[in-house]
Design a protein around this ligand. Structure first.
Ligand SMILES: [Zn+2]
Ligand SMILES: [Zn+2]
Length: 181
């Protein structure tokens, strides 16, 4: 199979019996806020027909625009993920006596996408995988020192001289009772 340039939405007929392999790119504008990116997302896709269904696997890589959880500075996190999914024809599949909840169950193991008519949108499974790869607490650097809780100084740039040793509130209260503070 030779690698070719694909559109994000392709005709199923394009896949043929030997399958289809290709790649496409989406600009931040084309993503329309789907993902926080700092540049184009590149996606490869290998597609095979399995009866009425289409199996897809590939890689997606994107420069993600993140904000550091410690110093709040923006930074770019390159994310590269593999994805697989199965596209099932919407009509026919659910009429085959398969209950909705069974579909939900298998969806947890495998990314199942439905398609109508004769076109596939190649983007959703790649997008879902990239979203899953985003860290809950992004850090610009494992060693990021963060901001001073007193004055807000970015401690990666310079120290500020604030008393930042964490004070146990119970000791602060005791100190007050003793007439100290
Ligand atoms: Zn940081
Ligand atoms: Zn400070």
């Amino acid at each position: 199979m030779k690698m070719r340039t694909l559109d994000r939405v392709i005709k199923v007929a394009l896949i043929g019996d030997e399958g289809l392999e290709g790649s496409y790119a989406l600009t931040p504008g084309e993503l329309a806020g789907d993902l926080p990116v700092d540049g184009p997302v590149r996606v490869t896709a290998r597609l095979y027909k399995v009866g009425e269904a289409v199996h897809v696997s590939g890689e997606a890589d994107a420069p993600m625009a993140m904000e550091c959880a410690r110093c709040l500075k923006g930074f770019v996190l390159p994310v590269e993920e593999e994805y697989t999914a199965v596209y099932m024809k919407k009509e026919g599949f659910l009429d085959d006596g398969v209950a909705e909840d069974e579909v939900e169950l298998s969806k947890e193991d495998m990314d199942i996408q439905f398609f109508d008519g004769d076109e596939l949108d190649l983007w959703p499974p790649a997008r879902d995988q990239l979203l899953l790869a985003l860290p809950m607490r992004p850090l610009c650097d494992e060693a990021c020192k963060g901001l001073c809780p007193e004055c807000g100084q970015d401690l990666n740039e310079k120290t500020c001289g604030c008393e930042t040793a964490p004070v146990d509130p119970r000791f602060a209260e005791l100190k007050k009772l003793l007439g100290g503070g």
